[in-house]
Design a protein around this ligand. Structure first.
Ligand code: C2E
Ligand code: MG
Ligand code: MG
Ligand code: MG
Length: 275
């Protein structure tokens, strides 16, 4: 046992763990500066109607253009922003930028474009979230009907009553609600009827499993598609990477999708060209 503890104590001070702590610290302090220095940008991944191939909207995905590190993806910094509270000002910037972009697209002649915005747990629970969103809608002149909020199951489930109340307020404004990474959360299906959900986004892990070689791999995907249909929710498949996955999804009646097979997230001008 002493040996075990000794090894653990040693591991705690392993140089690579130290490096990780240092990186975390570095990212946190750089994040604070990044907001002031306007180093963030939104990229947009198109969502397509699988039957016609037309673009039905886009998901806004946050990118950090660090002057030295280059483009930093959210998985490297979102959880840190969440832990240190910076995700609140960051999320506010994202919402405002997405609304302004929707208005820019509208005036550039491509019409109403539906933009999905990812909302983190801390943002959703923040007491000011709804009022702030309302102020952004008014300030930018965006039509809230072209906005979609993406929330994960765990965020919704944390406080079911509060979530339902908040979602109802957004719905009354015309905002659409999507459940992101559907199927990966630790939740019961019974809430699906209690929340005013417009869209289920099938998590990419299930889409990847479609052509993973094992029998029954598409079963979860087809079950979710069927469930969405009977609950009158739109179903969007995430992470479509090849023709086999696309064929399966179409065959099972999935109406929309996004993924590298069509396009990764691109900047606003390139997305406009796809519209
Ligand atoms: P998400 O909302 O589930 O977004 C989908 C992620 O999958 C994106 O990664 C996207 O680039 C990636 N993706 C899309 N198609 C494919 C594909 O065919 N194959 C593979 N392997 N990946 C694909 P990204 O942009 O790195 O974002 C990761 C996560 O970070 C997002 O997952 C979301 O949870 C979070 N995130 C991104 N932007 C924001 C934001 O503005 N605010 C908050 N709170 N979270 C954000
Ligand atoms: Mg998302
Ligand atoms: Mg997702
Ligand atoms: Mg995700």
């Amino acid at each position: 046992h002493a040996k075990e503890r000794g090894r653990n104590a040693y591991q705690f001070f392993r140089p690579d763990m130290n490096a990780r702590a240092i990186e975390r610290q570095l990212i946190e302090s750089s994040l604070r500066l990044a907001l002031e220095r306007a180093e963030f940008v939104l990229h947009y991944q198109p969502k397509l109607d699988l039957e016609s191939g037309t673009v039905t909207g886009a998901e806004a995905l946050l990118r950090w253009q660090h002057p030295e590190w280059g483009m930093v993806l959210p998985e490297r910094f979102i959880h840190i922003a969440e832990e240190c509270g910076l995700v609140i000002p960051l999320g506010r910037w994202v919402l405002r930028e997405a609304c302004e972009q929707a208005v820019r697209w509208r005036y550039s002649g491509v019409g109403q474009v539906s933009i999905a915005v990812n909302v983190s747990a801390m943002e959703f629970r923040h007491h000011d979230f709804f009022d702030h969103a309302l102020a952004v809608f008014e300030a930018t002149g965006v039509d809230p009907a072209c906005l979609q909020l993406e929330l994960t199951e765990s965020v919704l489930m944390r406080d079911v009553v509060a979530s339902a109340g908040l979602l109802a307020k957004f719905k009354a404004m015309g905002v659409q609600i999507a459940v992101d990474d559907f199927g990966t959360g630790y939740s019961s299906l019974s809430y699906l009827n209690q929340f005013p959900i417009d869209v289920l986004k099938i998590d990419q892990s299930f889409v990847r499993a479609i052509d993973g070689g094992l029998e029954g791999n598409g079963a979860i995907v087809s079950a979710v598609i069927g469930m969405g249909r009977s609950l009158r929710q739109r179903v969007i498949a995430e992470g479509i990477e090849n023709a086999a996955q696309l064929a399966f999804l179409k065959q099972h009646g999935c109406s929309e999708g996004q993924g590298f097979f069509f396009s990764a997230a691109v900047d606003a001008d390139r997305l406009r060209a796809m519209l």
